[in-house]
Design a protein around this ligand. Structure first.
Ligand SMILES: Nc1ncnc2c1ncn2[C@@H]1O[C@H](COP(=O)(O)OP(=O)(O)O)[C@@H](O)[C@H]1O
Ligand SMILES: N[C@@H](CCOP(=O)(O)O)C(=O)O
Length: 292
């Protein structure tokens, strides 16, 4: 039997919802899993993601680690595994590749156990990253609001307004989420926290019902400026787009720039040299499984 798991990329934060908002995007990794008599074989296939040479093919592969974790949680043992990973989501660009890999592995564990995905899958997946925004989006699809109570992760899925057409500008350069989290301060001024509270509350309304409010709703003071030294060209592009009235933000921990448009294109005259610009519709479904 072959289990095929299709998992969407995601964009986190959406400007004002640091570690809270996520949105699934229609760019998918596909992972095929087969159970064998013994051993582990991992094949990593570039399906558009670019250079995959740094990705391991042993037990340290992220999908394998998440699959093993889910199998332990679900109390099943698997004698051997063949894994074929077709990677389309570029790595270390702020499009949630690591969360997608973890969600694929967890979903594979549930598939092998013959169990439907439930709330515990989010917990298992979010534990890998320490925040649930990307994982919830890849798991549930649509627009998610994620939060943590103690060590428990939660998320609510909302449906984005149908007029929203996300466009991403992906640079060639990479930046590791772990490193850019290190650029964030331990404390922020109270006025910035209040600013963030107003904009993130507004963003829930803007994304679901009032796209005309997206520009104000995506303003951020908690993370993007602090991370600018890691990817100045991305921040420059984001600011150039915002100066034209586009609701542009840094996608996740960067360096991709996300524009929440209603046109599916970026305005003429903005210099996008060094970026691949593509429209990525919202994925409303989240992770899916096919058994053959
Ligand atoms: N499909 C995948 N298979 C295996 N490892 C992956 C996969 N996707 C991401 N990773 C691992 O996660 C790293 C990128 O994670 P991260 O820095 O959080 O960036 P991103 O914004 O792309 O999630 C990669 O360098 C790789 O080690
Ligand atoms: N909220 C996180 C999101 C990281 O997303 P990624 O796609 O860059 O891994 C953060 O901003 O650190």
């Amino acid at each position: 039997m072959k289990y095929t798991i299709t998992v969407p990329a995601s964009t986190a934060n959406l400007g004002s919802g640091f570690d809270t908002f996520g949105m699934a995007l229609a760019l998918h990794d596909v992972v095929e899993v087969e159970v064998t008599g013994s051993g582990l074989a991992v094949e990593v296939i570039d399906a558009g993601a670019g250079d995959m040479s740094g990705v391991p093919t042993d037990e340290s592969h992220l999908v394998v680690r998440a699959l093993r974790r889910a199998c332990r949680y679900l109390d099943i043992s698997v004698p051997g595994i063949v894994l074929r990973c077709h990677n389309a989501i570029p790595h270390s660009r702020g499009l949630g590749s690591s969360a997608a890999a973890v969600v694929a592995g967890v979903a594979a564990g549930y598939a092998l156990a013959g169990k439907d995905i439930d709330g515990s899958a989010l917990q298992l997946a979010a534990e890998f990253e320490g925040h649930a925004d990307n994982a919830a989006a890849s798991l549930l699809g649509g627009f998610v609001v994620a939060w943590q109570s103690g060590s428990t992760y939660h998320a609510e899925r909302l449906v984005p307004h149908s007029a929203i057409r996300p466009v991403v500008a992906i640079p060639e350069v990479r930046s590791a989420t772990e490193q850019t989290r290190g650029l964030l301060p331990d404390r922020v001024p109270h006025r910035d926290a209040a600013f963030a509270a107003s904009r993130s509350a507004l963003a829930v309304h803007a994304v679901t019902a009032r796209p005309d409010l997206l520009f104000a709703a995506t303003e951020d003071r908690l993370h993007q400026d602090y991370r600018e030294p890691a990817y100045p060209a991305s921040v420059r592009l984001m600011r150039a787009l915002r100066s034209r009235g586009v609701a542009a933000v840094i996608s996740g921990a960067g360096p991709t720039v996300l524009a929440l448009t209603t046109t599916g294109i970026l305005p003429d005259g903005v210099d996008v040299a060094g970026f691949e610009v593509i429209e990525l519709p919202v994925d409303l479904v989240g992770v899916r499984l096919c058994v053959s």
